[in-house]
Design a protein around this ligand. Structure first.
Ligand SMILES: *Cc1c(COP(=O)(O)O)cnc(C)c1O
Length: 430
């Protein structure tokens, strides 16, 4: 087929309620008026199949937009700030430490432009916001979403007003302010911020990426599935481990794998989905362990603030994905989260934030409980960067050795540190 005969028809057709299948037009709507269930974007998969192949994707941009046919935007020029195509790293030292043979790390700690997976969802949401005619964009955020919305709105020339809980880490606050949005720090937790934003969205006619644009926004997370499949040589993994906040990311990686199989880009198979939460905010994990199919909201209390959502919008759908794929959902303590951050850094050279520490700690816990087979091709999703949550590990990472600019001062310090290391090592073997 020549370039000229490829008709790039719109591949997304309507919005549809997750329960009951009620259809809606492609506008800024987020919940079904009849069933009260969330709305999702529906596609014409025959049209997608006709437009894409492994070769056309490989020849596409080095960003999430190589998968544009699977995303709900029409523009020929979507907002492309280099988001996506982050490294999929084969793990050697962490894998050996855990006793796994085929472990891969999907490293969104280096996603562009703001170093978390949220740049994927925001690139899609703001492209769609422009198409729908919004001039002011907004969000309710646990931190990373505020960074990403402010940065990409700046790039796109959109007005931006974002809402966060007032107790976030300094790096998340500064990492938003630098882009000069209006930043509202709300005296309350994320669930209270979110409720306030729903009221503002109804009154102000702004495009809230994770409220009235949520159907479009959430589709951006599918690219975390597509990229892993492509980077594994057009194959699906056996098992994935990913963090859960609202549960959206988790369900969309699943949707991404299903779609790739549906249009014939990969062979179909059951991929097991395991989810990670912090014990101090684990409503989905609790429901999983108690065999419930509903979520009981909790009040968050954990250092893993970026995933601290006590009343998760997609919690029941995440539960369903974990159960029907024979996966698991686990939670870990704040102390284990810190250990998880250190473990990933010391074995693989990746500094992740508390959400990544949670995911690594849950991976370890699942392996130790025999819930991940050492031979399975397992992908662990690292979704954010440790430089943004430095408070979490302050005091747990040792101190620099302060010396005079003299050789003998250096040598004394080196001797002292080697002796200390030996003592510590002896303590660990007795
Ligand atoms: C937002 C966030 C998540 C989880 O996202 P959901 O789609 O709400 O489950 C995971 N990791 C990090 C670093 C985040 O910022």
């Amino acid at each position: 087929m020549t370039q000229a005969t490829v008709t790039k028809a719109r591949t997304f057709t309507h919005l549809v309620s997750k329960e009951g299948g009620v259809k809606y037009p492609l506008e800024a709507l987020n919940v079904c008026e009849e069933t009260f269930s969330p709305l999702e974007v529906a596609y014409d998969y025959d049209a997608i199949r006709a437009q894409v192949s492994r070769e056309t994707i490989e020849a596409g941009p080095n960003s999430i937009w190589r998968y544009k046919a699977f995303l709900p935007v029409e523009s020929e020029n979507p907002i492309d700030v280099g988001t996506g195509m982050t490294p999929l790293v084969k793990s050697n030292r962490l894998a050996r430490r855990l006793g796994l043979k085929n472990l891969y790390i999907k490293n969104d700690a280096v996603n562009m432009p703001t170093l978390s997976f949220k740049d994927r969802v925001v690139s899609v949401a703001l492209t769609r916001a422009k198409e729908l005619g919004f001039s002011t964009v907004s969000c309710a955020s646990t931190g990373n979403l505020a960074n990403s919305t402010a940065a990409i709105a700046a790039r796109a020339g959109l007005d931006c007003c974002v809402f966060i809980p007032s107790d976030l880490e300094a790096g998340k606050v500064l990492g938003t302010l630098i882009y000069n949005p209006t930043l509202m720090a709300v005296k309350g937790n994320y669930d209270q911020v979110n409720r306030l934003c729903s009221e503002v969205a109804n009154t102000y006619g702004w495009g809230f990426v994770n409220i009235n644009l949520r159907a479009y926004y959430s589709e951006g997370s599918k690219t975390l599935g597509y990229e892993v499949a492509e980077q594994l040589g057009w194959k699906l993994p056996d098992h994935v481990v990913a963090p859960l906040a609202s549960g959206s990311l988790f369900t969309k990686i699943y949707k991404g794998f299903r779609e790739f199989a549906k249009v014939g880009l990969v062979d179909d198979k059951n991929v097991r989905f395991s989810g990670a939460q912090a014990e101090g905010c684990s409503p989905i994990s609790q429901a999983f362990k108690e065999g419930r199919d509903f979520i009981s909201p909790v009040k968050p209390n954990t250092i893993a603030k970026s995933i601290a959502i006590g009343n998760p919008a997609d919690g029941v759908y995440a539960l369903d994905v974990a159960r029907k794929t024979q996966g698991n959902i686990e939670d870990v303590t704040d102390a284990e989260i810190i250990e998880g951050m250190k473990l990933l850094a010391e074995t693989e050279g990746i500094f992740t934030e508390t959400a990544g520490g949670t995911t690594i700690a849950v991976l370890k816990k699942l392996v130790e409980a025999g819930k991940i087979n050492p031979d399975e091709t397992t992908v662990v999703y690292i979704t954010g960067n440790g430089l943004k949550t430095q408070e979490a590990v302050q005091g747990y990472v040792g101190e620099p050795l302060l010396i005079d600019p003299k050789l003998d001062s250096f040598e004394r310090a080196l001797e002292r540190s080697r002796t200390l290391e030996r003592l510590e090592w002896q303590q660990t073997i007795v």
